[in-house]
Design a protein around this ligand. Structure first.
Ligand code: C2E
Ligand code: SIN
Ligand code: SIN
Ligand code: SIN
Ligand code: FE
Ligand code: FE
Length: 514
């Protein structure tokens, strides 16, 4: 069966150099040979993100499924409707989603008999992405189609990678905490960094030349090295690290700093004069802003733990700690200093308890609430920290933080992260249905989302933001009175007022530093 397939002659995966540009795979499934050649001709020289196309060909639905099974990285499948049966294409689409469980490939159905089935019904029922008539095979139309399919495929894959990266951070953090010896721990960090940034299929090619160093009586000593640095242990890190990166080491300000240079990635955590940790990785690359933030988040996290281990103190090992560390990385970037997450958690917990949820549920909400804005790690700094009102375009980007947070968390099997996903998705929905991302109304919005919405806004209004000053309590109260039943669940607003002193106390107990 599969030797009938004509594989494109321009790719030989095994001979590809590791750095070669990988083409986007387009699968054409059609029993009409001419459709294959016309399509291929029309898309000759097409590139997207500097990557060309390569074509796979199948002549029946069954062949199409086999080809996809062997090539799970096909980006777009152009699928004929009528082949071995009247509805072979529809069956194939079904099999791709349900049997192969491939939710990534973009499927475009193409029919020679327009009007055969209503387009809307087909798109909804078969989870396909577009429906075209074969008369639309012109060069211009095909270019537009493939362009938009590849764009959404790329975004889906990027998001999935970020989710995988996040899961690796969680796993890595747990694994690292089990390493008692400083040297093992340091080596672990270097290995995990590579793993975080390398999707499975690239892991083989990933190079790992890294140094972990720690300050010992005034000297930055290499604790562990990998790759070309494997034999540098106990040497002075300053001598080994390229000159471009030394600026970070020379900076004596305490705190976490990092830099991506042409010589590699360096980051350093300086807690005080005696305790300084440093990581350097040669040839480390991030593919997008999101990966960049994941990397920062992990390194900050790891270097803090590094210090703790060196002091032989045991880290608290719980999901809760990790959740705070993740949430904290976002807070850190958005300059919402200090205790915002803590206050949102505590306010949510009190509201959850007062509205009659079980202690267990209320505690889960308290622990997952810090994840509500996790998606902000995907928002560029220029927007996140703009000291003024956002324009319409920036606002559209900003709003994506709800769904991004959800996408990053929802497929985790950890219940706390699942709840975090729900909260991330729902915390900007409004009771009257005018919120985002879905415009859900009333109790279509989960209770955890309704609770964190109130906690988040209550705290945001009381606090300073780059774009606003803190409001006084009278103004905050007026806002909640006005928005009762509009922005917020009216029952929850009543509870807020009934127990206002408790919420004000939380504000006072965890003040932002001046
Ligand atoms: P955030 O700063 O954590 O604010 C959370 C929510 O509190 C906001 O959700 C909004 O419902 C409420 N809130 C905060 N400040 C005000 C205010 O001055 N007036 C009123 N009426 N409500 C306020 P929203 O609007 O969905 O915004 C989500 C996030 O988008 C904000 O999180 C913030 O990071 C960002 N953002 C919103 N507007 C601006 C802006 O004008 N400039 C910048 N740089 N960021 C903004
Ligand atoms: C891509 O080709 O870059 C996305 C698909 C993948 O790498 O798995
Ligand atoms: C603003 O948009 O200027 C802040 C108020 C809000 O976030 O809704
Ligand atoms: C609920 O709706 O589940 C109870 C909490 C409330 O809305 O007050
Ligand atoms: Fe938010
Ligand atoms: Fe927030």
């Amino acid at each position: 069966m599969s030797d009938e397939l004509i594989f494109a002659d321009e790719v030989h995966p095994t001979e590809q150099a590791p750095t070669a540009v990988r083409p986007w795979k387009i699968l054409i499934v059609d029993d009409d040979e001419e459709v294959h050649s016309i399509t291929k001709l029309a898309l000759r020289n097409f590139t997207f993100d500097d990557r060309p196309l390569t074509f796979l060909h199948a002549y029946s639905g069954k062949e199409g499924i086999d080809t996809l099974q062997q090539n799970p990285d096909v980006a777009v499948c152009l699928l004929d409707v009528v082949m071995e049966t009247e509805h072979a294409g529809l069956d194939t689409a079904n099999a791709i989603r349900s049997d192969l469980k491939n939710g990534f490939v973009r499927i475009v159905l193409r029919t020679g008999q327009p009007g055969q089935a209503p387009e809307e019904t087909i798109i909804a029922e078969y989870d396909i992405n577009d429906y075209k008539e074969k008369t639309e095979l012109t060069r211009g139309k095909l270019h537009t189609l493939i362009y938009s399919c590849l764009r959404s495929y790329r975004d889906i894959i990027a998001l999935d990678r970020s989710r995988q990266g996040l899961e690796r951070i969680l796993e890595s953090s747990t694994q690292l905490q089990q390493k008692t010896y400083l040297k093992d721990f340091a080596k672990g960090i270097l290995e995990q960094i590579t793993a975080i940034l390398s999707p499975e299929e690239d892991a083989f090619y990933a190079k790992n030349d890294g140094v972990a160093a720690f300050e010992h009586s005034g000297e930055l000593k290499v604790i562990a090295g990998t790759g070309e640095f494997a034999d540098k242990e106990s040497e002075n890190a300053y001598q080994i690290i390229p000159a471009e990166c030394r600026e970070i080491i020379d900076d004596e300000e305490p705190g976490f700093k990092s830099k991506m240079t042409s010589a590699g990635f360096i980051c350093m955590y300086r807690s005080s004069e005696e305790h300084t940790g440093l990581l350097f990785m040669r040839e480390l690359k991030t593919r997008n802003e999101l990966e960049n933030h994941l990397l920062q988040m992990f390194c900050r996290n790891a270097l803090t733990a590094f210090e703790n281990i060196s002091l032989r103190t045991l880290l608290e090992e719980s999901q809760r700690e990790i959740v705070y560390l993740l949430g904290d990385a976002v807070e850190h970037r958005s300059k919402e200093t200090g205790y915002h997450l803590k206050r949102v958690s505590e306010i949510s917990f009190v509201l959850a308890t007062k509205c009659g949820l079980s202690q267990e549920t209320a505690r889960s909400i308290r622990e997952a609430a810090p994840l509500h804005d996790l998606g902000k790690i995907a928002i560029p700094d220029s927007i996140l920290n703009k000291p003024a009102k956002l324009d319409a375009e920036e606002w559209e980007v900003m709003k994506s933080h709800s769904e991004v947070g959800y996408e990053m968390l929802h497929s985790s099997d950890k219940p706390l992260l699942k709840l975090g996903a729900e909260i991330a998705r729902d915390h900007h929905e409004r009771w009257d249905g005018t919120g985002y991302p879905a415009g859900k109304k009333g109790d279509e919005i989960g209770i955890a989302g309704r609770i964190t919405a109130i906690a988040d806004v209550f705290d945001a209004l009381c606090s300073r933001r780059v774009y606003k000053s803190p409001w006084d309590m009278k103004r905050v109260e007026e806002y909640f009175q006005l928005q009762r039943g509009l922005h917020f669940d009216p029952d929850l607003v009543d509870l807020l007022f009934e127990h206002l002193d408790e919420f004000i106390e939380i504000q006072q107990n965890y003040p932002d530093p001046e």
